[in-house]
Design a protein around this ligand. Structure first.
Ligand SMILES: [Zn+2]
Length: 573
């Protein structure tokens, strides 16, 4: 018989959790989380003891301690500190990953892989109930391919515990010290003017800002900086240091050009010094990266954990020919071209990307992108991306299976080789209970239509969309009717009704103005939206405006004319 580790059997567990005598907050929290979920699993409350007592059998060692000083193989001081490692032996378990968040993440990975625990939503964790916990002897290790993983959906932004449990490390969530902190910006983007404010300096020192072709200096809203001016470097460096001192939880400061993609707003400095650098480097990214590198060097000693980021955007998308990014510099490319990404990768191995993953025109619309998530993440990783900001519906809960999507993004950003079908099946069964089966059938029909007809999903598109047909709406209504009948509990019924809002929205949008009962149906829809706690149905309009606007729309095709369609905007940030 294969070797086994008996953690719990016959109503009894002899095991103790062992920690270093002075563990980091995240390692202590890792032990507390393990003890809590283990108790939920089988009812046994394991004691947490210090490694100062003499070693014994049946110890679950969590984090680095005197117990791991021997050659147990656990990772020590790994760069990034998020690597997962655990070892299960007959008489000892060691759960000890990288120092930053790796041990905490190893506990969650252990609970998921070995015990079947699932962290579906902030309010829904599935812990199976076990009469015995008997595990095969093994060693497991995992290195996440992405160092930055952000699921910018409403619930993740508000639940640090859920993020940590699913190994989401982006700083929009209130991740605290016990979670091992977060990848958190101060100054997220377009910061040149915050670093060297024109209202403070433009009058006395116009030379701090871009020299234009006509010989004057740009000092307006989108003016860029003269990046070779030593005073500009000094002021910006001091400001970055001030921000890092004032925000000790920040790990990244963005030093990045102002927004603007038109010729009038694209104003890199044309002074002799700047021009010399940019000509040598073959593009305006030259002055930017030299400037960013100098700030990165200046902060390195006082803030060894921090990085400086900048964007490759508009006039700076061509990589520089000579200068390389310092170790503590991150580039955020605002484009997807694989060849250009490969060129940037030679300049900077840390490339983060901002990924739009919903339709910002109509949050409420059906956006069945379930099967694009994993291939998209895998393709970005193949193209050298090491961090992903997945921007979905971040400012309202409850639309279009939002919690399922947030879960898929969390799982797949951590490990893009996981099976999407299995993730969806597990989620639907747990979240919707008996109502999950008809809703899964509805999702499967949508997914098949997208896949079989190779239909695009655009992030700034108007209706109609080719995957929502009258037949699909009728099929969806039947599925939701069945799900409502099967729900069984008020909580599950509420989840079904929330998820149904997107289908109702699509049906209303497809109903021409003047149809009998249309205005009343729109009122009923918005009343329901408010009753179910949904805050918005589009990114731009508040609910009262959206309600009014929807009534005024004379029909779908006219709606498409009313709002200029600027297609997908992958370059925009
Ligand atoms: Zn200049």
């Amino acid at each position: 018989m294969a070797q086994q580790c008996v953690l719990f059997a016959g109503g009894y567990s002899p095991w103790k959790i062992v920690l270093a005598s002075d563990p980091s907050p995240s390692v202590r929290y890792a032990a507390e989380e393990f003890a809590m979920f283990f108790e939920q699993l089988c009812g046994a409350r394991l004691p947490i003891i210090s490694d100062s007592v003499f070693p014994a059998s049946y110890e679950i060692v969590i984090g680095e301690s005197l117990r791991t000083s021997d050659d147990c193989g656990c990772p020590k001081d790994i760069a990034g500190g998020e690597d997962v490692w655990y070892q299960i032996r007959e008489d000892r378990v060691v759960i000890a990953g990288g120092g930053l968040r790796g041990t905490l993440y190893s506990v969650y990975e252990f609970l998921e892989n070995e015990c079947g625990v699932r962290f579906f939503t902030p309010s829904l964790t599935h812990v199976p109930r076990r009469d015995s916990v008997i595990l095969p002897v093994k060693t497991h290790s995992y290195h996440p391919p992405l160092e930055y993983r952000e699921v910018f959906y409403y619930n993740p932004c508000h639940s640090a515990d859920w993020c940590a449990r699913n190994r989401v490390n982006g700083g929009h969530a209130p991740l605290a010290e016990k979670h091992g902190g977060a990848v958190r910006w101060h100054g997220f983007c377009h910061t040149f003017q915050s670093l060297v404010p024109p209202e403070q300096y433009a009058e006395t020192h116009p030379e701090y800002y871009s020299l234009k072709a006509d010989g004057t200096r740009a000092t307006g809203r989108r003016a860029q900086l003269c990046l070779t001016n030593p005073d500009v470097l000094r002021i910006a460096t001091e400001q970055v240091k001030t921000w890092l001192r004032e925000h000790p939880d920040a790990t990244i400061v963005s030093v990045s050009q102002m927004d603007g993609t038109t010729p009038e707003t694209m104003l890199p400095c044309l002074c002799d010094e700047c021009r010399k650098v940019d000509e040598y480097e073959g593009g305006h990214s030259g002055t930017i990266l030299h400037f960013v590198n100098k700030i990165a060097e200046a902060i390195e000693e006082e803030f060894p954990y921090a990085s400086i980021d900048t964007i490759a955007y508009a006039y700076s998308i061509q990589p520089p020919k000579h200068v390389k990014a310092r170790r503590n510099v991150i580039i955020r490319p605002c484009f997807r071209d694989p060849d250009l990404l490969a060129e940037w990768y030679r300049v900077c191995p840390r490339l983060y990307i901002w990924d739009y993953v919903t339709n910002f025109r109509h949050y409420a619309m059906t956006f069945p992108n379930y099967d694009t998530i994993a291939p998209n993440i895998r393709s970005l990783i193949e193209n050298h991306i090491t961090g992903i900001f997945a921007q979905g519906v971040y400012d309202t809960p409850g639309l279009d299976f939002e919690e399922l999507k947030a879960y898929l993004f969390a799982k797949l950003l951590w490990n893009p080789s996981l099976n999407t079908e299995q993730l969806i099946n597990e989620f639907m069964a747990a979240y919707f209970g008996p109502a999950g089966a008809p809703l899964k059938r509805y999702l499967d029909v949508l997914r098949a239509k997208i896949r079989d007809e190779n239909l695009p999903l655009l992030c700034f598109c108007n209706l109609p969309v080719p995957y929502i047909t009258p037949e699909i709406i009728e099929f969806g209504k039947a599925c939701f009717d069945a799900a409502e009948r099967l729900a069984g509990t008020p909580e599950i019924l509420r989840r079904v009704q929330q998820s149904r809002l997107s289908l109702m929205f699509m049906e209303l949008m497809y109903t021409p103005k003047g149809s009998p009962g249309r205005d009343e149906a729109i009122d009923r829809f918005f009343d329901r939206v408010q009753y179910l706690g949904v805050l918005l149905v589009s990114e731009r309009n508040k609910l009262p405006e959206a309600r009014q606007r929807m009534k005024e729309m004379s029909g779908l095709y006219e709606l498409a004319k009313e709002i200029p369609h600027d297609a997908n905007r992958p370059d925009e940030i």
